[in-house]
Design a protein around this ligand. Sequence first.
Ligand SMILES: Nc1ncnc2c1ncn2[C@@H]1O[C@H](COP(=O)(O)OP(=O)(O)O)[C@@H](O)[C@H]1O
Ligand SMILES: [Mg+2]
Length: 496
Amino acid sequence: MDRVGTVISKERRPPTHLNFEFYVEKEVTVGDFVVVPAMGGDIIAKVEVLEAYSSLFKEPEILRDERLYGLKMPSQMEVELSRIIVAKAKVLGVYDGIALNPPSIPPSPGEKVYKLPEHHLKRILNLSERGLYIGKIWGGSLKVVLDLDLTLRHHVAVLGATGTGKSYACGVIVEELLLKNIPVLIIDPHGEYWTLRNPSSNVKELESFELGPREFHTTVVSPSGNLRVSLKVSKIPAGALAEAANMSEVQEDLLYLAYKEYKPETLDELEKAIVKAGHERGFMDVTINSILRRIEALRELNIFSNQGVKLEKLLKPGSAVIMDLSQDMEERARRLLVGGLLLELFEARKRSLVPPFVVVVEEAHRFAPQDRETFSKTILRRIAREGRKFGVGLVIASQRIVGLDKDILSQCGTKILLRIDSATDLHFLNPLLEHTSFEDFRRLPHLPRGVAIITGVSLRFPVMVRIRPRMSAHGGGGESLWRSMRLVAQSRVEEN
Ligand SMILES: Nc1ncnc2c1ncn2[C@@H]1O[C@H](COP(=O)(O)OP(=O)(O)O)[C@@H](O)[C@H]1O
Ligand SMILES: [Mg+2]
């Protein structure tokens, strides 16, 4: 094993079963896992703080005197010899060769500290052999492979500021799922996922992760174009329509009655049903007319039809269905589409009409806002709560952590945290990160692009991970870039 230091015992800060300090003899960085052999087993710890000391620079006067009186400074060699690095480590547990037991014994002062060999780290973190290959431990070569079942059953949240690599990381997850033959549905408000069908040109970097370029099978659907997604009036709950049409309570009552009594299949039938039910139940003409006007406005959203593509048929093993919602449309139409289509698919899954699948929701705060009840949020909550029972996994991505439904966020057992610098977001997130240490948390605002702290059910301890390169091309990035790509994407859909 690679020896990196020696346990010390400072006055009033002796090693305990929870924390200890060691004199650093060889390069160690914050976040490194170390091991101290002890009588009861190997004490496993994580380096959380590094402190640099030098007896020569304890007094600031030395520098003043040098400048004022030209006093000789200590030589380079003296400086180097006086320099001491002390690491503060947090004990994670005691490894007996089989299991990691809770911290119970302090390391002895004078004991040697070693870097934890990666094959041990792999076992201790509970990494898998054939799960989702997300990246490599930051500063190391250990592959971070998350257990497939555990990760999918408890859902995933990818969080971080804009441009920190969320969509890129989601793309990595999608690739891994497709490689495992799991169907994926992507809610893609920016139209950036269609590039999954093109191999990456980043061959060199891929090689360093033992990977190669690859293309994936995708089907892009959108509210316009040939593969058009649309909603069936009969499949949308009255409440969801009322929400999208901004109806009052009385209006919603009548809508509900019309639905219940006449089971309309189209907007035309719905209008007739409203007139009939309205008259039968003695609603005022102004109410009826006002609903009709609102339904007319819904019609203009252009998302209702009985001829849309059947997503159930497209969700196939190894294939990604990308719902491109980047075209100019009202946000309420986007939300209604997402809610309606996810509801239909979830119901289809409950009846085993589609294989188990994963849904990736980009910009999740738009579909599941924290401050408002929306139909799409109700459905996403249902998937977050009941998905694991029926084989529907959820991956959400968002840069607006405060604006994202806390309930759904807390259901996400794995969190991939990219750089987060908003103090409000950090404050909101803090109570949701049970296992993340204060030191890890404080590093969130400083993470470079593409580096994440991953925490949750699929890893025994949070680790810092360099996200692996994409095997297929990444479509996100600059505004002008995705605009041009979107145009290409749309023309391709039409070619299909
Ligand atoms: N893991 C990564 N490796 C290499 N480049 C990355 C990585 N993550 C992000 N990038 C680059 O950063 C840019 C922004 O990433 P993106 O995932 O689109 O950000 P956002 O967090 O806004 O979704 C991308 O264009 C991509 O080129
Ligand atoms: Mg993005």
